[in-house]
Design a protein around this ligand. Structure first.
Ligand code: SF4
Length: 332
């Protein structure tokens, strides 16, 4: 039975056992906490069927209004560093920040965290602008079945995403894709994902599960089953042992974390960080990691880390950092 047949036949336990063994061998036992930092709440496209932005478009008419203050973005990066998390990527909808602005923000984040930044800022023709401040480019594939992709994301063609990723590779950047499970794909569609990873030599896959938003066609669609999610990730891990895998889970599904780690996730993501940090939700994430037999890099609970700083941050960031820390403390 091949991997896709095993997913279809619900052989999830077999897949998890094999994927876990491969992951420990190839990647060790460390799990990272990943934070996507958003640039804006605007997107020129605004028509991907599952996306929150598509439900917001009529209400937000000016891109400028949806741009985040850059100091707030940098303050978030500073706090991510303090608590030992990674910046998953710098992300934003189309049309809010120019390439030069994104480059300038990435340079500052690089100098704050010491790590070059992954980008997930849509299909762009201007990759040559970026340099050492960027480690890799993410293509928001969402679903690898071409027909389903065209239906769900009519304005960002799979061909254009792939073309951008190939160019990113030619320029020496790493390549990542995002995949959302629960959009109507089937286990057979894993063949498209496997081909894409192999053909484009993808370094990193970020899996998410559908979060059904109000006022979208998915409003009444349930999130995918935990074992379907874990089985799919496990099959991907077995097929591509060296791939970096990040798996996202929502606050209402934290018990997915253990199975996703056994399935091969190297990092976990998609948390409302400042709402969860230091609360029972944060403690629950740490327990999930512990009971999967892994060690967590960074913390989801240590409040002292929020104030810990090796170097003095830019004084302009201080009020923004304080606002985030106050938000964390308010939830206690
Ligand atoms: S391009 Fe991205 S931000 Fe814009 S509607 Fe699609 S998924 Fe949402």
């Amino acid at each position: 039975m091949n991997l896709i047949e095993k997913v279809k036949a619900h052989k999830t336990l077999d897949l998890l056992a094999k994927a876990n063994e491969i992951t420990i061998k190839e990647h060790g036992n460390r799990i990272t906490l990943e934070r996507a930092i958003f640039l804006s709440w605007w997107c020129d496209k605004g028509d991907c069927a599952f996306c929150y932005m598509s439900s917001q478009k009529p209400r937000i008419t000016k891109p400028d209004k949806a741009r985040r203050n850059v100091n707030s973005i940098l303050a978030e990066a500073e706090l991510v560093k303090r608590i030992g998390w990674n910046v998953e990527f710098l992300s934003g909808g189309y049309g809010s920040f120019s390439t030069h602005e994104i480059k300038a923000i990435s340079e500052k984040i690089y100098s704050i965290t010491g790590n070059p930044v992954w980008l997930n800022v849509g299909i762009t023709q201007y990759l040559e602008t970026y340099g050492d401040e960027i480690t890799g480019i993410t293509g928001a594939v969402e679903t690898a079945n071409p027909e389903l992709h065209d239906k769900i994301c009519p304005s960002k063609s799979l061909e254009d995403v792939v073309e951008m990723l190939e160019k990113a590779g030619d320029l020496g950047f790493k390549k990542a894709i995002t995949i959302i499970l629960g959009l109507g794909e089937t286990p057979e569609d894993l063949k498209y994902l496997f081909n894409l990873i192999g053909d484009v030599e993808i370094d990193r896959v970020i899996f998410y599960s559908l979060n059904p938003h109000k006022d979208t066609p998915y409003a009444n669609t349930p999130q995918p089953a935990s074992l379907y999610y874990a089985g799919t990730v496990a099959a991907t891990r077995i097929k591509y042992p060296k791939l970096e895998i990040i798996a996202g889970t929502w606050i209402d599904n934290l018990a997915n974390i253990g199975p996703l780690i056994l399935a091969g996730a190297n990092g976990i993501t998609k948390f409302p960080l400042f709402k969860m940090y230091g609360t029972n939700y944060g403690r629950k994430v740490e327990e999930e990691v512990k009971w999967s037999g892994r060690k967590l890099k960074g913390s989801f609970t240590d409040l002292e880390l929020l104030n810990a700083t090796g170097e003095e941050p830019d004084p302009e960031l201080e009020p923004f950092i304080k606002r985030y820390i106050d938000k964390c403390l308010r939830n206690k």
